[in-house]
Unconditional design. Structure first.
Length: 344
């Protein structure tokens, strides 16, 4: 089971990092308190479970990271899904699609429907799939509430798995001629622990000739090198101001990066039900926070480019964007890489 959703980082977020190293003989965890343990002698420290989880991930095992519904519940607080996000991020997205004369779109990482909604509003014909019914229930709710608005009654939503797009929920019918665009945004593809080429091939197969795949991932090259998220000024993806803390862990097996884990704490002040943990701010006030953890395969830019070329062919038209721009200012660090590749 794989997960396809939107993950964004605000430059104003308080970022603290930890890194984890797993090797064949032992597991070391390095944190801000410099705790170290050996899986062979201290199973209660959590190293053994980390090593087991990382090994499962490397073999292609998967789990629903959103099954508990916590991330889905706070998603709009996290990404800041509102008019300012639509105007900036949405304008970049719709403008790019317009360059390729796109009309039909498969949103393969629909999540709560944030991107799908802005595309429907812009007049695109959208089918939306996701593997998480917890996330999709919010998309269904929006469609029902806006069913009388132009385009929303025609917006199709259903569960679907990237590894077999022929078996999507029966609410979804792929166009016989293929889609003009498949989008998989918000670092969603990185949730897939293995079989990446198969998923990309399935996206390719549902595209019409001349159709484009628009797919992104975080700047994992930077994370692998520095052990933390890049502190970028870009807020095109993310307009929310509710992140209390994000901690970063790089997990390695035999010194090879296996996955990256991000642990989120989201300020839910004004939306609390009293069950959340509380954190003290520098001024002494306390806030309620929801916590969730998400895991990612650490795609490098060159590795991802090679995978796309392998499926689409060396002659396919290809563009790499950095935070939706061809190039950034010299001092800017890319947060997200966006790959655009066209089917011949």
């Amino acid at each position: 089971f794989f997960f396809f959703f939107f993950f964004f980082l605000s430059s104003s977020a308080l970022i603290r990092s930890s890194s984890s190293l797993l090797s064949s003989g032992h597991c070391n965890m390095y944190s801000e308190t410099s705790e170290t343990c050996s899986a062979a002698g201290k199973e209660d420290c959590g190293c053994s479970s980390l090593k087991r989880d990382a090994t499962q991930q490397s073999r292609g095992a998967s789990e629903d990271q959103y099954a508990d519904g916590v991330a889905a519940k706070v998603w709009e607080l996290y990404i800041g899904a509102g008019s300012s996000r639509t105007e900036e991020y949405g304008t970049r997205l719709t403008s790019l699609l317009a360059q390729y004369n796109v009309q039909t779109v498969l949103d393969a990482a629909a999540g709560t429907g944030v991107d799908s909604v802005l595309l429907v509003e812009a007049g695109f014909n959208v089918n939306s799939i996701d593997a998480s019914d917890r996330m999709l229930k919010y998309a269904h709710k929006v469609r029902w509430e806006r069913r009388k608005d132009p385009g929303f009654d025609d917006w199709k939503i259903g569960e679907g798995n990237w590894l077999d797009l022929t078996k999507v929920e029966d609410t979804i019918t792929h166009p016989e001629s293929g889609y003009d665009a498949v989008i998989c945004l918000g670092n969603s593809f990185a949730h897939l622990p293995s079989q990446h080429n198969k998923a990309i091939s399935n996206f390719y197969n549902v595209l019409s000739p001349g159709g484009i795949l628009l797919i992104d991932h975080r700047n994992f090259d930077y994370i692998l090198e520095h052990g933390v998220l890049p502190n970028s000024n870009s807020k095109l993806y993310y307009q929310g101001d509710r992140i209390h803390k994000i901690s970063t862990s790089v997990i390695r097996i035999d010194n090879i990066p296996s996955r990256i884990e991000l642990n989120y704490e989201i300020d839910v002040s004004g939306f609390s039900d009293g069950s959340e943990e509380r954190r003290k701010l520098d001024d002494g006030t306390e806030i309620p926070v929801e916590q969730f953890q998400l895991s990612y395969y650490p795609h490098t830019v060159t590795g991802f480019q090679g995978m796309l070329r392998e499926v689409f062919g060396e002659k396919a038209r290809y563009t790499l964007l950095k935070d939706w721009l061809p190039e950034l200012e010299d001092e800017e660090i890319t947060s997200y890489y966006i790959h655009v590749i066209q089917k011949l």
